[in-house]
Design a protein around this ligand. Structure first.
Ligand code: IMP
Length: 418
């Protein structure tokens, strides 16, 4: 298997976790490179649901190394919780997990600032996950952030004190909110760090080694339209979720990545605020949400649902150099008699969140279960027509089709993934 970049083509929640899990069977390592515990990858293995937020999904495979690259912002508390949770499911993390010493950490004050800012924005809020992601990246960019390697620095406590005091000043004086006691921040962080220190190191050599042997998976978090530069700004996350983020978040070169796999849901969803041109506000949108179990894996919020937006899909293919698409959750559309594909629209108006000149293509549904299909030929004729139409519109092959949450519910249409 080649070194593969997996990227959500829309606003996240395309089902990357399951595809990573399926492919990690044959992979040597699985790498996260941006975002933090705002991500939520849901995996169902033999009917048992596991949600991962920070640790790469490959951790569930014994032979797969899990690597967290320098571009990820790490909450030590969330990391320890996740390691403990995995241990209760008998998933061993030791010897498999490695975290870059260059990762910036998320402080409790980052979380407090995230929540305070969202509250103060009122109706104009972004709808963040409230995990402190944005403020942590702000400190990274303003060169005052704290990296894991800073725990070993003799000036660590001073640096932390300065930063927390600065945060508390803003919390108190700008947001009129409560401060976070410095003493507890220091005490907690030191205790957390002592528990995770064994996973932290310089990962440059390890990464260069795993890409040489091939079969490495780079697991993007969130989705292309949440990219800080190329997404629906300001309704985005605070990292580069696209191909460029992989490079800066690992230090690898573009030629190390041999295949870019776009993960696309058979319909489109988004969680949080922001424009969504093909959104279905009525009963149908609610039904799709119900059939697809569309609740955020991280915050439990309802996801907004709409028809597949192929204008975004085409943009994603270009931005991420996508070679093939994994189409997920096809089975969710099984009951529909008519299915639309959103082809195009004009400029988005960010004040009214509306858009003109929406163009759709309507197709007949298949009204038959696809969840037990073992091969492409097992799919109903209209489901195949739907898949092939998307391929036509985007000039890109759909190489995998997922027809249910379980590992087994997957159809391979390309040899390299078999
Ligand atoms: P933040 O990443 O918590 O700052 O949130 C910024 C925006 O990204 C909000 O609209 C969130 O709902 C969205 N977001 C963050 N992580 C995810 C994810 O994993 N899936 C889908 N949306 C996400």
């Amino acid at each position: 298997m080649p070194n593969i970049f997996l990227v959500g083509t829309h606003w996240g929640d395309e089902g990357k976790g399951k595809i990573v899990d399926v492919l990690s069977d044959k992979s040597t390592a699985c790498v996260r490179f941006q975002g933090g515990h705002n991500a939520g990858h849901t995996l169902v293995i033999k009917g048992k649901k596991t949600i991962l937020h920070l640790i790469p999904s490959g951790i569930l495979r014994d032979s797969c190394k899990s690597i967290i690259g320098n571009g990820v912002v790490v909450s030590l508390e969330a990391l320890i919780d996740e390691i403990d949770n995995l241990a209760t499911s008998d998933v061993q993390v030791e010897d498999k997990l490695t975290i870059s010493e260059g990762c910036h950490i998320i402080l409790p004050t980052h979380k407090a600032l995230d929540i305070a800012r969202e509250k103060s924005l009122g109706k104009k809020s972004i709808g963040t996950t409230g995990r402190g992601i944005g403020p942590a990246y702000e400190d990274k960019v303003s060169r005052q952030g704290i990296r894991l390697k800073d725990f070993e620095d003799k000036n660590f406590e001073k640096k932390l004190q300065n930063l927390v005091s600065y945060h508390n000043f803003i919390l108190k004086n700008y947001y009129n909110d409560s401060e976070v006691p410095l003493a507890s921040v220091i005490k907690d962080l030191e205790s957390y760090y002592s528990q995770v220190k064994k996973y932290v190191c310089n990962i440059e050599e390890l990464l260069n080694e795993v890409v040489k042997t091939s079969g490495c998976i780079f697991e993007g978090a969130q989705g292309t339209m949440l990219d800080i530069d190329h997404g629906t700004y300001p309704y985005v996350t605070s990292s580069n979720t696209t191909f460029a983020g992989l490079l800066s978040g690992t230090g690898l070169s573009p030629t190390d990545i041999e295949y870019s796999l776009g993960i696309t849901k058979a319909y489109t969803t988004r969680v949080g605020q922001g424009p969504f041109p093909s959104e279905l506000d009525g009963e149908l949108g609610k039904n799709i949400a119900k059939w697809g179990g569309e609740k955020g894996a991280t915050t439990g919020r309802d996801r907004r649902c709409g028809w597949l937006d192929t204008k975004i899909l085409r943009k994603s293919i270009k931005l991420n150099n996508i070679n093939g698409i994994a189409l997920t959750k096809l089975d969710v559309l099984d009951k529909l008699d008519k299915i639309k594909i959103c082809l195009n629209y004009g400029e988005i108006d960010y004040n009214s969140m509306s858009v003109d000149d929406l163009e759709y293509l309507e197709m007949d549904g298949w009204q038959q279960s696809t969840s037990n299909a073992k091969s492409y030929d097992d799919l109903p004729k209209n489901a195949k027509l739907y898949i092939e139409k998307i391929e036509d519109i985007c000039s890109t092959s759909i190489v995998l089709v997922s027809t249910g949450p379980d590992r087994e519910q997957i159809i391979y249409r390309n040899k390299i993934f078999e």
